[in-house]
Design a protein around this ligand. Sequence first.
Ligand SMILES: Nc1nc2c(ncn2[C@@H]2O[C@H](COP(=O)(O)OP(=O)(O)OP(=O)(O)O)[C@@H](O)[C@H]2O)c(=O)[nH]1
Ligand SMILES: [Mg+2]
Length: 369
Amino acid sequence: MQALAATTWRRYLPALIRAVARDMNQLNHEASDGEASLPHRRRSLSPDAYVAGVLAGDRGVLARAITLVESNSPLHEAQAQEVLRRLLPHTGRAKRIGITGVPGVGKSTFIENFGCFLAEQGRKLAVLTIDPSSKRSGGSILGDKTRMERLSRDPRAFIRPSPAGDSLGGVARRTRETLLLCEAGGFDTILVETVGVGQSETALRSMVDFFVLLLLPGAGDELQGIKKGIIEMADAVLINKADGDNRLRAQQARLEQESALHCLQSATPGWKTEVALCSGLTGEGVPETWELIQRFYLRMEPLGLIAKRRQEQSLEWLTDLVRDELLRRFYHDPKVKTRLPALQQALLRGDTTAVRAAQELLEAFGSHL
Ligand SMILES: Nc1nc2c(ncn2[C@@H]2O[C@H](COP(=O)(O)OP(=O)(O)OP(=O)(O)O)[C@@H](O)[C@H]2O)c(=O)[nH]1
Ligand SMILES: [Mg+2]
């Protein structure tokens, strides 16, 4: 019996050691990429150390710098802004690509395949998400990573899910800053993904150069929650899952989308939005998607149109930040808070007009500015 146990051990021990080593490796990987799950264990770094580490391509420091920009503490915010300001001269060199589509359209599967293809092409890839509903727990990080298993194990790729517990404005701001940190960290391709069900596509459009909309074949635009506005934002429409029995339906959907696009204004002046077929599952259409994106840059970059778009986006961002902060201050103002319920009631009773009520609130707010 003992001899049997010893033989069994001898046989399985190497496999067991390999499995434990693999898990430890994975844990280390998680710990460095998913820094936010361990925010209190380490001493904080100085701005110099953040800047030097990010520029040296140290992923652990990059992950910690992202955690810093995600922090809500005023002390961290001041530090984060200092780090970002110093890193700004090293940003702007990546291709910024946005990907959207309804839940289940195959975004994660596509990004896994597309990302691995890009890594094989020698590109350094960061994948970010804008998802205001996400819960930053070990579970969700693992969930994202299991859906992009191959990519998350590739040392050339860096995957960072959305911070949780924030408004869309908060998540979008942090994703923008994370994008800049990744560029300073040497990533030359940034994919930002969002679920296309609400306002987050607009936030995404305003931070990327090229915007990809994934559609399902034969699901009908209404079913996919696709509004004209979203199609108008796209630089490429990919009919995904164009494999197996879906092929014919996908070709049909492509024709329909092409004719619909004829009547719409293109998202980027000088670029005709293209419709193509692809399958994130089989990888068909993935190299062609990359060719399409490269063609876009080849056409737009020499004309200065990418730089122009980014400048417009920066100005838009400034306006958004001021508007969001003013709104926040307005609704937190004690005088506004006291008067608002009575004015709302008066408005509903017909005792005042919306314009007068707004004037009174703004006067109350302005009286002690
Ligand atoms: N046949 C086929 N199935 C696919 C393809 N891509 C994804 N799927 C399947 O579709 C389902 C959803 O895929 P995901 O990649 O998780 O979709 P998603 O858009 O990331 O979904 P959310 O994260 O929920 O928004 C999974 O069961 C995939 O296996 C494809 O190209 N072809
Ligand atoms: Mg997904």
